[in-house]
Design a protein around this ligand. Sequence first.
Ligand code: GLU
Length: 487
Amino acid sequence: MTPPLPARTRVAPSPTGDPHVGTAYQAIFDLACARQTGGQFVLRIEDTDQARQVEGSEQQIYDTLAWLGLSPDESPEVGGPAGPYRQSERLPEYAAVAQQLLDAGHAYHCWCTPERLADLRKQQEASKQADTGYDRRCYGLTRDERAKLPGFSEKPVVRMLVPDDPPLTFTDLIRGEVACPRPDDQVILKADGFPTYHLAVVVDDHLMGITHTVRGEEWISSTPKHLLIYRWLGWDLPFFVHMPLLRNADKSKIAKRKNPAARLMWFRENGYLPEALVNFLSLLAYPPVHEGSDIQSFDELVASFDWGKFSTTGPVVDLGKLDWLNGAYIRALTDDELGARIVAYWDEVGQPVDAVEARRVVTQAAPIIKERLTTLRDAYPMVDFLLVDDDLLVIEDDAREALPEQTPQILAAAIKALGALPGDGFTAETAEAALRASLVDGLGLKPRVAFNPVRTAISGRKVSPPLFESMAILGQARTLARLQSLK
Ligand code: GLU
């Protein structure tokens, strides 16, 4: 059951590359929870691992969330009352809490060098020891005492002192009661003064008034560390929600190295509609809003949202289903909307077209291509022959080879018949009627033969979208020009 309070949820990606599809997946449900309860959805940038930062990644996070209609109420970009929202700008907060824990004896300095820690781990592995945690070499020692021992580094880290009886269970809104292994003396403040995730997440979720700590299931086993820090500081626990991990068809975890669809930008680059992607992601490990239908709006999700409805099994990201949904969303657009979306997509991917003319052509072509589009990306190869200058139209080799021997007579008759139509009466219907009368009835040809050279002249291809509609989009003069050039 979702607790009835104005929720403050957050998504907290690290800006270490292209945004991951999991960020959007979480943002959908975070935002649904916030909207349903009249609360806020916060975006926090977790940039504490300075070595892994990627330039431009933070901007991509803002842009892709905005593209999906999942913009946060508070973020480094838009600000808000609980800022700063970038962890690298909150170092004094973490240092103060670390000091508080040191003073209370819940944490201690550790001067061990990375080499000593690596050796320790190797030894533990070799001796097949069950406890592979830190051996507390530094615990209880002053700097000077520790400095006399091997493996000393001048700059200490701060470790938490895990007691003998740490809390090892917690309640998760999706999973119910969850049991975890015992944590070791985790580093909470690094030698460079940056916190680790474990300290930062607790401090920030508390200070930002986050009511629901929603994150991927890989963080379940870390939760006892967080429970301890909350307990030591006397802070109320948030609700914990560990979302299932998205998976590839082979059930492995979806990762950017192996699956391009792990990159959120991939969907945009490949012409998926943001509302279709949101619909698709909102059905992963979560039941449809309307039984028996996969089409649902974000507002419908909000109205019936409940964390308890999640399944805990990692859902497979089935792009076939996304294709189907995307096609359905495309067909639900008006011709004008579809034209606008296609031209905007071309602009984004750098397809060179004259935007005004392209908008006209593609809006007119919308009824004849809509049924065959899966993504916006499919549109260009279907209509490129309508956008190219008449003298630059390429006649494909297979189309040229398939021209019948009567081609010169057919083209001459077609030019005559179409040229005779009044300019303002040149439509798909009148063009078809004129060509049938002149080529099929007049020359006594089968339609397949009669229209072959006309199609090749107009589109340069053996197969094109409906011929007469294409001619109407080109208009009489350009249709005649194309017929003339093949003649
Ligand atoms: N920065 C963490 C990540 O990218 C966030 C985990 C959380 O949401 O608490 O996985």
